[in-house]
Design a protein around this ligand. Structure first.
Ligand SMILES: *[C@@H]1O[C@H](CO)[C@@H](O)[C@H](O)[C@H]1NC(C)=O
Ligand SMILES: *[C@@H]1O[C@H](CO)[C@@H](O)[C@H](O)[C@H]1NC(C)=O
Ligand SMILES: *[C@@H]1O[C@H](CO)[C@@H](O)[C@H](O)[C@H]1NC(C)=O
Length: 281
């Protein structure tokens, strides 16, 4: 092959690749987090009829856990954590990075009031979706569990402040870097969900919804009151890997003004703080 035809071939290949990438990203974005956008959080309920509850629901998450709304109750043994090591895959969903636990319940469960909710996936939101007294923090991990008998969802939320790197995310750094802007799902082998340390002995508990469309209600939320810590580099990687905000908002975020990211109007719901809980395993 002559040098010239080789170059033409190369250029054609590049064009194919580029258009391919652009389309995938477009198609994938059924909703976004951009302020004022047609698919932004204020509009989710209008995008599809199955998403109506995003707009008219009465138990919509996330919420602000403000002092005036929180009721403290003491109770033992309400929740048991029974996670175990399992193979996992990691995927860039366009608006977040998701770690999926393979098998059906092979990664164990959590038990709430005698019901088993099996671990399905982890995903991260930066900044946090839930706020505490109006303040949002660096990162929020959602550990999503489902009871296969009823399809009811129970989520454990762990919030992080900026500080030392998170040990679990440190293990995923290389895999996340390999899926920046890519839609493929990659195998990451065996991991132990118990490496997410849930310290402390108090939790926030309330009944809410999924925080993304279809915003299904009846979700049991358990949010660890004790925050973890995560480094700026780790949060930046999670954010840079996805497309949930405009470049402008990225810039604002980089300057430390985290409020710039569009959020949904928060529902006024009551929250309990349950004491004497052991989430450690
Ligand atoms: C668990 O049981 C207690 C006492 O019966 C009840 O008040 C609470 O709402 C239940 N929690 C969930 C998440 O079902
Ligand atoms: C749970 O969801 C699955 C998949 O969407 C469905 O096939 C199944 O019938 C549902 N089960 C119940 C009890 O709703
Ligand atoms: C986990 O993945 C490894 C390869 O990464 C495979 O050899 C092994 O069979 C898998 N285990 C299960 C239980 O699927």
């Amino acid at each position: 092959m002559s040098n010239f035809s080789f170059s033409v071939l190369l250029i054609c290949l590049l064009c194919l690749l580029l258009t391919g990438i652009a389309q995938e990203v477009e198609d994938e974005r059924e909703f976004d987090y951009i302020k004022g956008s047609e698919k932004g959080p204020e509009r989710w309920g209008e995008l599809k009829k199955e998403w109506k509850v995003c707009e008219n629901g009465k138990m919509q998450s996330p919420i602000d856990m403000s002092n005036r709304r929180v009721k403290i109750i003491a109770k033992m043994g309400d929740i048991k954590r029974k996670h175990k090591p399992c193979n996992a895959t990691i995927k860039n969903r366009g608006h977040d990075i998701m770690l999926r636990w393979e098998g059906n319940g092979d990664a164990g469960s959590i038990e709430i009031n005698g019901t088993q909710y099996y671990l399905q996936q982890f995903h991260w939101h930066a900044p946090t979706e839930h706020s505490i007294n109006g303040r949002r923090y660096a990162l929020e991990l959602h550990m999503v569990h489902v009871d296969p008998k009823t399809n009811r969802t129970a989520v454990i939320g762990q919030l992080y402040k900026f500080g030392h790197p998170d040990h679990f995310l440190a293990k995923l750094g290389k895999s996340i870097r390999s899926i920046v802007d890519k839609e493929e799902e990659i195998n990451i082998g065996r991991l132990d969900p118990r490496e997410i340390k849930l310290g402390g002995s108090k939790i926030y508990r309330y009944m809410g919804s999924l925080t993304v469309p279809p915003c299904t209600e009846g979700v049991i939320w358990t949010i660890n009151k004790k925050m973890g810590s995560v480094s700026h580099t780790q949060v930046k990687l999670l954010r840079d890997a996805v497309h949930d905000v405009s470049p402008q908002e990225h810039k604002i975020y980089a300057r430390g003004k985290r409020k710039a990211i569009a959020t949904r109007k928060m529902t006024d719901m009551s929250v309990s703080v349950i004491q004497d809980i052991k989430l450690k395993t």
